[in-house]
Design a protein around this ligand. Sequence first.
Ligand SMILES: *Cc1c(COP(=O)(O)O)cnc(C)c1O
Length: 458
Amino acid sequence: MSKQEVPYKIYLSEDEMPKAWYNLRADMKNKPAPLLNPGTLQPMTVEDLSPVFCEELAKQELDNDTKEIPIPDDIRNFYKMYRPSPLVRAYPLEQKLGTPAKIYYKFEGNNTSGSHKLNSAIAQAYYAKKQGLKGVTTETGAGQWGTALSMACSYMGLDCIVYMVKVSYEQKPFRREVMRTYGAKVTPSPSETTNIGKKILAEHPGTNGSLGCAISEAVEVATSTEGYRYVLGSVLNQVLLHQSVIGLETKAALDKYDIVPDVIIGCAGGGSNLGGLIAPFMGEKLRGEKDYRIVAVEPASCPSFTRGKFAYDFCDTGMVCPLAKMYTLGSDFIPSPNHAGGLRYHGMSTTLSQLYHDGLMDAVSVEQSKVFEAAEEFARIEGILPAPESAHAIAAAMAEAMKCKETGEEKTIVFGLTGTGYFDLVAYQKFNDGEMTDYIPGDDDLAESLAKLPNVDR
Ligand SMILES: *Cc1c(COP(=O)(O)O)cnc(C)c1O
């Protein structure tokens, strides 16, 4: 097929959108290790998870066997308001780089929340509503997840209680106002509204807060308030399941033009967009039908895959959530304050951790100055202002394309462009002012937080 026959954007019709999510775990020979009850160290059951999560979501979390889970019509109809998302052929970028590689990106930033997180937020809000709940609680750091969830909750008619890390609450007032506009109740964390918040405030007056603390507050409110449950925007198996819509659409679009990718690249914070993007491709790989190189890209300042340990760890700093076996830097690990590029979670999806451990995917880390250089180059030629998180994937895709330039290989590269960066302009400002620095944790920094991993013998 000649080059120009592939359009700039490959769209699917509404009819061609996936009707079921694909559960990658069903095709894994080595299943992800089970979540453990932090008290008994026994695998969590649906009954264990139900006080915290909606029942249907608890079932999805533990379901390692059902390959296809139908997308309920209400969720599909919501998806139709902003999906299918385009698969874009980056002709201008290819030309600028002078590479023989063919570059495609799946753009998930075309909705008000500005990221892929809405794909799971609407599913989680739907199941909460269906169960007859009044509302959900969650935490948010930078605010993408809180925004997505508040949009989903307003659509479904659910209360949305968001604990926002205090420093972000103060530094990102616009994010906060988007959430409030969609009806969410946003509280800076730590707060006086929970026991754990009061305790932390008493021990650390003037603290900026942390994601771990906000999680503990959100879980406390969910488990102590009638008709509320807790929801989470990444890391969990259920979130990867919902995000499989990204990969299924990508594959359907590529199939239309008989395009077979060689390399698939995504940024990895908790692993949800990457897990979703690669799902159908990894499925083919697991079933021995095809082979792809799959690459996770993470920040050099928070390198869970490339320098972490594959072990059971706490998912939060408050140690109230189940233990997960994952690549982790230790639940105490907090990236340096000068890290502006997102993806700051200490752990990683258990599913992706198992796949990485089994040698089925690669991981690389990129320093943030390189990430922002790539973001700027991309914005200037492709027009889209990327989220710093997404720009990790851009940097790796561009590096891969430049390698092709040296070798003359005409590889097909697909990467996930997870969102837009309109709320990250303080970070862009730092970069534009030449004030962005790179920080890479030392081996002893990592050893210190890894030394505190719980002692789980499984
Ligand atoms: C949250 C977020 C990420 C990282 O989360 P994953 O669960 O690893 O996908 C990446 N990009 C954007 C724009 C985000 O909002």
